[in-house]
Structure formats: C-alpha cells, structure tokens
Ligand binder design. Sequence first.
Ligand code: WT7
Length: 635
Amino acid sequence: MSNYHIKNLEEYFQVYRKSVRNPEVFWEEIAEEHFVWRKKWNSVLNWNKEDARVTWFEGAQLNITENCIDRHLVVNADKTALIFEPNDPTEDYKTYTYKELSVAVNKMANVLKSKGIEKGDRVCIYLPMIPELTIALLACARIGAVHSVVFAGFSSSALASRINDSACKMVITSDGAYRGAKDIDLKSIVDEALISCDSVETCLVVERTKGNVNFVEGRDEWIAPLLDAASDDCPAEIMEAEDPLFILYTSGSTGKPKGMVHTCGGYMVYTAYTFKNVFQYQKGDVYWCTADIGWITGHSYIVYGPLANGATTLMFEGVPSYPSYDRFWDVVEKHKVNQFYTAPTAIRALAKQQVDYVEKHDLTSLKVLGTVGEPINEEAWHWYNDNIGKRKSPIVDTWWQTETGGMMLSPLAYITPTKPTFATLPIPGVQPALMDENGNEISGNSVEGRLCIKHPWPSMARTIWGNHERYKETYFSAYKDMYFTGDGALRDEVGYFRITGRVDDVIIVSGHNLGTAPIEDAINEHPAVAESAIVGFAHDVKGNALYGYVTLKDSGKSRKEENLRKEINQVITEHVGPIAKLDKIQFTNGLPKTRSGKIMRRILRKIANNEMDNLGDISTLLNPDCVEEIIEGRL
Ligand code: WT7
C-alpha cells in the first residue's frame, strides 16, 4: 500500500489511523518515496512546546524547484506545466511545457542574481495573474530568495508596510494589470509605496498593458531585456528543509498584518500530498484553481502542489464576469478542465445569473469541483453540484488557512462521501480537536466548539516574520500545546466537521480575510472621525459585508453624511485596498463599551444582522444608552 495515493475509503481510514499512531513514520515514508532530496533528514519532527518551535525534516537539503520542475524534465519535458488564460478571451492563451517553464525560471533566477539577490534576501512580488508571477515565485525559490507576494489589489500603503516589515531588497511588478474592463496602473502604486521603502534597491517591471510608466533612474528597469540576455542555466541553490521559502501576510484580529513564514521541506511534502489526494489528480488532467496567487490558495494549489505532482495547472488573469458571466464555463470548455477549484463567493455571484450562461457550455470534462475560503451555504453548494457538477462530480470543501499552508479538513474526491456545507474529515496527519471555553476538549460526536489542531503537520507556518512572540501568543496560548485556528466548528453524528465561522474579530468578505483593526485604523485617519468599529453582516454574494459604526468629531457633525461615507471609503481604499470598503456606514453618537473601554463588537454585530432580540445583557456596559440610538439608526 502506498501511503502517498489513497484510493478508497477503507484505505483512508487505515492511513489516517497510522498517521495518528505514528505521525513521524507516516510523513517520513511519504517524504522518502515521492521527492528528490539532496540530503536526507536527521530527524523527522522536533517540537518544542515551550517555545512553539516546530521543525520537520531537520538536516535535510533540497530545492523545491528541483521537485516542481527539474525532475519532470526526464520524461515529461514536453508536457504542459502551465496554461495562461488572459483577461481578454480574444487574446491568445499561452502554454509552457515543463522544459519551457524550466528555461523561464532559470532565466529569471539569473536576472535576480545579477541584481544582487542572494539566498535569504526577501523579494516582494506585486504582479497580476500573468505567467511571470508563477515564474517569479519559482525563480526566487531556485536561488533561495524568500518571496513575499502581495496581492495586486492592495493599496500602496498596504504594499509599503509589507515591504518594510520584511525589508525586501527588490520588487517585481508590471506596468499595469487587466482586470475585466479595468486597466490598473500597478507601477504607479509601487512608485508611491517605494517613497517610504528604504530597503528596496531594485524594481523590475514586466510589460503587460503598455501603459505610461515613470522610471526612477538606477532603481527601475524593464525585465524583458534582462531575461533575453540571461542564461537559461541556473543551478538550484541547496536549501535546508527549514530555510524559509516564502512569507505571506494575513490579517489578524488586532495589529498589523502577520507575515506568516513557510519553509521549504515540509511545505513541499504537504502541499503535494494534499493536492494529489484531495483532487485525485490523474496523469494528463487539466487542473484549474481560480484563486489569485496573491493568496495562499494560489501559492499552494496553483504553483507548488500541482507542479510538484507534474500536473498541468491553469492560471486565469481575469474575473468571472468578463466579458460576460459565462467566462469560467467558457474557460472550462476551452481547456477541457478536469478539476475546478473556486470560492463560495464566486459560486454565489454566478448562481445569481441565468442558468443559460452555464448551459451553453460543454462541461463534461469536469471530474472534481472544489471550494475554499469561507463556509459554503447550502443553496450555493446545491447550485454548484446540480449545475456545474451535474451531480456527478464530487465537491471537495477544503478548510484551511494561510497559516496551515495546505488543506486540513476535506473530502478526498470520489472517496469520502460528501455532505453539503461540510468539510468532512481530516487529511491524514491532521488531528483536529473541538475545545470548550474552559480549555477542555469536547469529545464525542454531535458537538460544537473551537477548532484546534493537536499535533504539528509539515506545512504549518513556523513563525511570524520578526515576531515569534506574537506567533506563540496568537496560535499557541489559548489552548495548551495545541494550535488554535480562530474558527468555530461542529462535528456531526458521524464525525464530519463543519466550519461555523470565525470566533475572533477577523471577518471574511468574499473569501478575503480582513482584520477589523487595520480597517478601523484607516477610518480613524479621516479628520472628521472620532472613533469607529466595524463588524460583518450577512450578504448573499460576499458571505459577509462590512458594516461600520462611526462617531464624529464636532467638526464633522455638520458635514453631509453622504459625502463623509464616500470619503471614508476613499481612505479605506488608500490604506487597505478596495476589497475592504464598507457596504454600510452608520453615524452614531457613541459606541457600546465595557467598563474597561473595550468596544463590544458582539452587540454591534447582532444589530447589523438584525438580531436585536438577543443582544444579551447590556446593563453592565459603560454607556448602555447608546445601544438604543444605534438600533434606531440601523441601516
Ligand atoms: C479562514 C482562513 C485557505 C485559503 C483561503 C483562505 C475560512 C477557509 C474554508 C472552508 C469554511 C473556510 C476560515 C479560515 N475558511 N476555507 N472550506 N469552509 N471556512 O485563507 O485568508 O488564511 O483564511 O478562511 O475561517 O480560518 P485565509
């Protein structure tokens, strides 16, 4: 029996039991049989519970690009590695065979080296969904530079703070980005950010939209001529298994974004293993994940997981509604996609359109459907199952996080019987636990609690860049010797898990993880604003939308509310990005606070969701009177 590829439910249970009985033997066999190492490990797992320090495959040496590219060149050099589907369907799509990808990655790696990038240096990548994005990640990995991808929808100040947090030496960007009918000036966003980024020595620019750009002499350069001149031979840097591979920022409930650090060895093993088993990827399949590489989903399941398996992975530059609402189905038909992985928010938006958009396309190539990013509601699940999967393709509802690196709870396609809205069972090696508020594990089935993971797994983030204390505090202090996920979950009568949502102040809007703190900080920058609090409220497409409660300074009270609303959303766009704009902004004279001065978001959340009959005890508030006013002014 191969541990690597599970083929039926009985085998899943056997493998799972083994993985819990002896996690080290389990992962060691997988690592040993399915990857290329320059040197084997001294120990499989080290876990220092006191300091929340975990290592996997310590002492091993490898380069992830040798696993994602070079080893496939032996027999699969001419197999398609990457399909690029552009924003505009009339523009030719592009493909890269493994050989071509190898050449492109080596050239870019040599360009980075020629600009002084060395092992361990951080490189910020701020690019749209074009092939150079995938190539840039792999080029960094090739030479041991740590990539930090910032989603190209983030504003200049969000970009600057991420660049500064990890002191990136280089930025790779493009002149512009196409997104649906829009044309976005990426380079000018970078220019603004770089005013306050002293660490950046070089900015390499990919040409995409041919828009006007300003170049700073000595810092900025077009990448194309450099690539043309570069050698296509670049030996892979030999990395320790525990060397950082990348940093990816995610929001926390308080404070600035957290730079989650993922390392080379464990991340590779785990993302490859989960990709293969969850999607049951077969040789020759075309796989498409619609996420942006700016998020962890794209890192793990557009780039590393698929390529480590020698798969064909599709990347799409555009949006589901352009040029019309059948674009996803058009792409599925055009490239005969076999596995399709998207987010509930996209499914809900498409389910609102006429079903003709789906029906005019031949979707018979589809074998597996996936969803990720937030809980999927019953209605969206059925629409996806009926109309896209034609009740024949299983839906893998994959629960995981930026911090977990890879999928944690998910059905395995065609193996685990699915259940609408349930992420079902743990991936082998994952030991979920539901905890009560007193720190006790809740055993048995038909129970609900806070979701923790009891044992380390290879792709867990090792630390927060520059702040291990915060890592320890955020993930390992709530429950003894356990990783706390921040999510609530229930376990049904047969042991299937369903995620019920965040139990902290993180709000998931259209699948994007938004912390309340940075948005409130942005709102408070507006000169007329005294104080603000934001909460999520149920939205039929976005899952959650943002509701802001704002108190004004005296100087702001005479202003027109409509204008203030526009300006507040403008400041949010500048500081965080357009994804964090508020759907509703209510002005009020006070925000409910505890006696110690903490804003009671729980009450505000209930009001925003029209759940006024169960506000709980408000008599202990510092200012209970404001609750009445807020209810009356509810939007
Ligand atoms: C949060 C993590 C994992 C990549 C995308 C998001 C929520 C994620 C599911 C799911 C219910 C889900 C959780 C989690 N979430 N997948 N299948 N069912 N909730 O990564 O930005 O780090 O967000 O997304 O609340 O904690 P992220």
